[in-house]
Design a binder for this molecule. Structure first.
Ligand code: ADQ
Length: 475
């Protein structure tokens, strides 16, 4: 069996029992253990000077290969082009895109440098699977170094409509770089369609749906395949964690503080793409329009800050603090706090238990590739007495979870109505919606996601074997 080589910006921290994080890390680590292989990426260290060296750590059949970044590389590749240019553009926030040509050069340079670090560790029949927007030029860099292995790419975030992508000055180079992969995976059909639209209308290429369901793409002198692979979770494992935590301290504390009030729960990284301001306002609107809900429900928002060294993230943090303070000031009573806004990280088991203890999962991003929290919330519910998911139509998860109350996060009244409906939904309807969504989550769990991608990557023809890579890339 070929070894699997995973390349991602960060390598998930792995403890004895497996990854501490959920979703992707668990699914990918499982595959690595089965086939043997390597996980390569940034260690998370930022070095002031010197020459970063790869650290190799063996854990059974899996090798973790990590490397630090120099401060300038971190600033240009990670903080700059990845998170201040690509992230907002791919989340349809052209207004927040900051572009600096030097940062883009840094992004390309770091991709090439990382690829050069990986090359000596590769074997001829390794299959390489690259993850996410930080590493779009990675295959092109490997090909330039003469690597002929199969290389797949999965984009965890949305792929934007062409008119939005055009806001990123080197859009053409980026799409050309994507065409150096053998297989491209997107979270949803709309993302795949947006990519195909760019190929046809901006790049002058062609796309064709094949009988095997993959889309064959010809552009920039390259031939490759693309498909949609919605990422999943392990719903039964989350259900078990949630059940086990039902009597644990966090849930007991929550319940004793609430005194029988209902709870609406949200968990996100603190990011402007997650629609937190609109969400807070819709909760306020619910209290405004439905006095009977006052003092009867609390909204718990767990949102640990991320990327705190970027202005846009400092801004959203300040806005949320202002909003939660304003709304609590307006409605709180001596014995009731409407919004609990908590800036911290919780263990997976604690989150699962909190999801199960809440009546509504409130997941309303303005844009999201998938949103695993929506899937985790449903998975964690009590099968006899499940809560209701209120879900943004702009989360990839909305393509699958039709049992949720689907909302438009810009429609504040609509979201307030959905919260009201969720809080008063009869058991029979909650059960029907939950069962429908659980069936979907089981059918497309994270190993199905991974296996479909790996199967298709194994199937696409390895065109690079017969063609000189550099000439093709320039074609
Ligand atoms: P994210 O934008 O990080 O991921 P999401 O899919 O919701 O978004 O995944 C977050 C993960 O972190 C979940 O497993 C969640 O439980 C966990 N998490 C969030 N807040 C936490 C907290 N306070 N404490 C502990 N854990 C917390 C990107 C894309 C998504 C896509 C995923 C996977 O932006 O659209 O679904 O990758 O492909």
């Amino acid at each position: 069996m070929s070894r699997l080589i995973i390349v991602s910006n960060r390598v998930a921290p792995i403890s004895e029992g497996g990854p501490a994080a959920g979703g992707l890390a668990v699914g990918v680590y499982d595959a690595l253990k089965e086939t043997g292989g390597m996980w390569f990426g940034w260690s998370g260290d930022v070095l002031a000077s010197g020459q970063p060296q790869i650290a190799l750590e063996e854990r059974g059949p899996v090798t973790f290969a990590t490397i630090g970044l120099l401060r300038r590389d971190y600033d240009q590749y990670y903080r700059g082009f990845s998170n201040a240019t690509l992230w907002p553009a791919f989340h349809y926030r052209a207004d927040l895109v900051q572009y600096d040509r030097h940062e883009y050069e840094g992004y390309s340079r770091v991709n090439a440098w990382l690829a050069q670090q990986l090359v000596p560790l590769l074997r001829e029949d390794d299959v390489i699977w690259v993850h996410d927007y930080h590493l779009i030029p990675f295959a092109q860099a490997l090909r330039a170094a003469g690597v002929k292995n199969r290389i797949g790419f999965f984009l965890h975030i949305p792929f934007p409509a062409s008119q939005v992508l055009l806001a990123v000055p080197p859009h053409r180079e980026l799409v050309q770089a994507l065409c150096a992969f053998d297989l491209l995976g997107f979270q949803t059909r709309p993302d795949l369609r947006a990519f195909c639209d760019y190929i046809v209308n901006e790049a002058g290429g062609t796309t064709a749906l094949q009988p095997d369901g993959l889309t064959r793409i010809e552009a920039f002198g390259q031939t490759l395949c693309a498909g949609d692979y919605p990422i999943g979770v392990y719903p039964d494992e989350i259900a078990e964690l949630a059940r086990a935590g039902e009597r644990g301290k966090p849930v007991r504390t929550l319940k004793s503080t609430l005194h029988g009030r209902k709870v609406i729960m949200s968990v996100d990284r603190l990011d402007y793409s997650k629609g937190l301001v609109e969400r807070f306002r819709a909760f306020e609107r619910l209290l405004d329009h439905t006095p009977a809900q006052r003092n009867k429900v609390s909204f718990v928002q767990i949102a640990p800050p991320t990327r705190a060294d970027l202005h846009a993230y400092q801004d959203i943090r300040l806005r949320l603090e202002a909003e939660s303070g304003r709304i609590n000031g307006r409605y709180a009573e001596l014995d009731w706090t409407p919004i609990w806004y908590i800036h911290r990280q919780y263990e997976r088991a604690v989150l699962a238990a909190l999801f199960r203890a809440s009546n509504v999962g409130y997941v309303t991003p303005l844009r999201d590739g998938m949103n695993l929290v929506a899937k985790e919330y449903v998975s964690a519910q009590d099968p006899e007495d499940p809560g209701v998911l209120v879900l943004s139509r702009f989360a990839g998860a909305a393509q699958e979870l039709s049992g949720a109350l689907i909302v438009n996060p810009l429609d504040i009244d609509g979201m307030a109505d959905a919260l009201g409906t969720a809080l008063s939904m009869p058991l029979a309807e909650r059960l029907a919606r939950y069962q429908d969504m659980m069936a979907q989550l089981r059918e497309n769990n994270v190993s199905v996601w991974r296996d479909r991608f790996m199967r298709d990557l194994g199937r696409v023809s390895v065109r690079q074997a017969s063609l000189p890579p550099l000439e093709r890339a320039q074609g």
